[in-house]
Design a protein around this ligand. Structure first.
Ligand code: TRP
Length: 342
């Protein structure tokens, strides 16, 4: 009763007509405008269109994650969602800090963002924990099921969907056989707390036997431990494999140096980690992931419900090899079909 009256009053103040067109829709617009967005109403073909807030939370500054964010914003424009015209983008970076993530997520919820885009697993988990009604579209989450972001990839039952950057571990193992056929024992190196790495390493352990690889596992709790852990591991194995791990990626140069000094290849999960000195990967293009993510955001802004927008993964993978690293460890650098980082 009270709410209805408030809506009518708000609509009158806004000079709008409850009962014109779909009253439910108009009431909703009126109530939102009355709360805070009265200055951001744009006219579009005679219909009143509300300026929507697209909130973006990114876990850490990193080339792959920056690429995704930039690609999302570009593709949103292609889909007709233009910053300053019909959307307002509120971008926040948590600088790899969990308490920043929580603060940002609750700020977005407090400000009633229309949609939250969350880049990387920790950001997605913070956004999902902060709201059960604002749609959350994640990007670059390697394993959305293990991260407990969705219960069903095809038809998520909650308010959360998005894109995964999962890559096939078997193709990385194939690449290892092709480029460095003498490798017998691989060291799996990752951050113990990162669920996105845990599930990939589980898969790698299962697959290793099929490829005749032995393995040794080593985990770190934070990037400051990387140097020592990598040196110890490098002394025991013929190659190191590290998945798309936020902590290791942030200190990738350290791992790359250890690999070069030990003369062993470091296989990684992302092209940016090759650019930072890793030897090789079979990875996705993060631009493509950004485009896919933005398309899903556009669908939801356009009225689709989250359950109608399945989690997406990419099926195009690219070989990337670092020339300097390859030369330093005397491994091949001119490989057909591979992108070479100079
Ligand atoms: N896949 C990581 C996650 O699930 C995020 C990520 C994507 C990433 N690409 C990266 C991390 C490159 C470091 C480097 O959280």
């Amino acid at each position: 009763m009270k709410k209805g009256l408030a809506l009518v009053l708000a609509s009158m103040m806004m000079g709008m007509c409850v009962g014109c067109g779909s009253s439910a829709q108009n009431s909703e617009v009126a109530s939102r405008d009355a709360s805070s967005k009265s200055d951001s109403v744009a006219e579009n073909n005679g219909a009143t269109e509300e300026m929507k807030t697209v909130a973006i939370v990114q876990y850490v500054e990193h080339p792959s994650l920056d690429t995704i964010r930039e690609s999302i914003i570009e593709e949103l424009e292609v889909k007709g969602y233009v910053e300053g015209q019909n959307i307002k983008i509120d971008y926040q970076n948590a600088q790899a800090d969990q308490s920043n993530l929580n603060t940002i997520a609750s700020k977005f919820v407090g400000e009633k963002a229309d949609i939250i885009i969350a880049i990387a697993t920790p950001a997605a988990q913070a956004a999902a924990a902060a709201t059960s009604d604002i749609p959350v579209v994640f990007s670059a989450v390697t394993d959305p099921l293990s991260a407990k972001l969705v219960d069903n990839l095809e038809s998520p039952s909650g308010n959360v969907t998005g894109t995964s950057d999962a890559i096939p571990v078997d193709q990385t193992f194939e690449l290892c056989k092709e480029l460095t056929p003498d490798v017998q024992k691989i060291g799996f190196l990752y951050t113990a707390s990162e669920v996105n790495s845990q599930s990939v390493i589980e898969e790698a352990k299962t697959l290793a036997a099929d490829y005749g690889f032995e393995f040794e596992e080593s985990t770190i709790t934070n990037p400051s431990e990387l140097q020592q852990a990598a040196e110890i591991l490098a002394g025991k194995v013929d190659a190191i494999y590290t998945p798309i791990d936020n902590g290791i990626a942030s200190a990738m140069q350290v791992l790359a140096e250890v690999g070069k000094n030990a003369g062993i290849p470091v296989y990684v999960g992302a092209d940016s980690m090759v650019a930072d000195g890793g030897y090789a990967t079979v990875g996705i293009k993060y631009e493509d992931l950004g485009v896919k993510t933005a398309d899903m955001v556009a669908e939801i802004l356009g009225g689709k419900s989250v359950s109608e927008v399945p989690v997406a993964t990419l099926d195009q993978f690219y070989k990337v090899i670092n020339k300097q690293t390859g030369e330093a460890i005397k491994a091949p650098v001119d490989v057909e079909g591979a992108t070479i980082v100079e």
